[in-house]
Design a protein around this ligand. Structure first.
Ligand code: AMP
Length: 363
């Protein structure tokens, strides 16, 4: 599989009328504020949408152009790509876009200029690459256990793929690991094949902060634009039951994300927050050229000794940015106006057009 030819992408970009750029994305995930933010910055907007799911984009009035497809994965079809290029589109990738289009096809077949570094998307998708980048960034991450036989403390067991935490479990010994694996198979939450792919890591007891950064390649600066925490089912429900009743109910906790809420972190922790963002950007410059570009998110747990531990990374806009479709406490302090992550992306594209540096922010 060969990756998209950068020169071909630049040739496409060169043919675009830079005064008539459209910002486009797939109608799902964070598209409402991506499109709204683009309009606020004066761009035309386009949404690629599965037939029948266009209603929110019509009713909220965020899309100027609708490209309706039978299924979301059709966004990589040649006719859809052509329509996008005809509109001078810059695509903003998000989690659902990658899931539906398929990472392989985004990397090798999708010839529409894309905001950000498309090569880094694989680094969030593959756990080993993600760990490599976080370790190179000198960021504190949970200790990894190579085998269930080595479990000597409470661990969290995860499985590959975006399944919203379904099938994850907590165990404190090799025996408990074996028992819970069988239980998960019986429930058909995991398959026999998943067992050897189980990722076992130290359970970090702390509060959840998902930190939404924006790295401006134009300014070479990391911004903290917002933070959210997650509502997870059924673990959040389980914790509302007194401990003695939890035992009797024998509920197995799961970590399926169902929503997000905005949070702020203790002000004295902000230096640590900026440090981990800066460190990741520096390491990415070395490992995944041209490095981080635009939004990224570090999902963290903050322990009672005030250490921020990163257990997951998104190398593109994260769903938790929906908590600040208008502004977050941090984006307001930074910009003094309504600033969503979507609008920040559009602002970067606008600045790049004005400085004639669009090639710096797209791949
Ligand atoms: P993930 O799929 O990695 O985003 O994890 C889903 C959820 O599991 C997180 O939002 C946390 O609530 C929890 N979690 C993940 N990793 C850990 C860990 N190492 N220690 C404690 N909780 C974790």
């Amino acid at each position: 599989m060969s990756l998209v030819d950068r020169q071909k992408i630049l040739d496409i970009l060169n043919k675009y009328d830079k005064k008539d750029i459209t910002i486009a994305t797939l109608g799902s995930h964070t598209s409402l504020h991506i499109l709204k933010g683009a309009k606020e910055e004066g761009f035309r907007t386009a949404v690629v949408c599965e037939k029948g799911r266009e209603v929110p984009y019509q009713r909220f009035g965020v899309a100027d152009e609708f490209i309706l497809v039978d299924k979301f994965s059709d966004i990589v079809n040649e006719d859809v790509q052509q329509k996008l290029r005809d509109l001078n589109c810059i695509i903003v990738p998000h989690g659902s876009f990658i899931a539906y289009a398929g990472l392989d096809r985004v990397e090798s077949e999708f010839y529409v200029p894309m905001f950000g570094n498309r090569s880094i998307l694989r680094w969030e998708a593959e756990r080993d690459l993600e760990r490599k980048l976080l370790l190179a960034s000198d960021i504190r991450i949970p200790k990894k256990f190579e085998s269930s036989a080595d479990i000597d403390r409470t661990v969290m067991v995860k499985f590959p793929g975006a399944r919203g935490g379904k099938g994850y479990f907590v165990a404190a010994s090799p025996e408990e690991f074996d028992k819970k694996i069988i239980n998960m198979i019986d429930r058909e939450w995991i398959t026999e094949d998943d067992i050897e792919k189980a990722h076992i890591e130290e359970y970090v007891s702390g509060c959840n902060y998902c930190i939404h950064f924006f790295y401006s390649a134009l300014k070479d600066e990391v911004e903290v634009l917002g933070m959210d925490s997650r509502f997870e089912s059924n673990i959040d429900g389980v914790t509302r039951i007194p401990a003695k009743d939890q035992l009797e109910l024998a509920l197995d906790p799961s970590y399926v994300i169902t929503g997000n809420h905005p949070v702020v972190i203790r002000e004295s922790l902000l230096p640590q927050v900026f440090d981990i963002g800066d460190n990741l950007v520096e390491a990415a410059k070395e490992l995944v050229k041209p490095g981080m570009n635009g939004p990224f998110c570090l999902q963290t747990l903050c322990t009672d000794n005030l250490e921020i531990v990163v257990f997951e990374m998104s190398a593109r806009i994260d769903g938790g940015t929906n908590t600040f479709m208008h502004a977050s406490a941090y984006s307001y302090i930074m910009f003094g106006e309504f600033m969503s992550m979507g609008r920040r992306i559009a602002r970067e594209i606008k600045n790049a057009v004005e400085e004639d540096k669009l090639e710096v922010v797209i791949t």
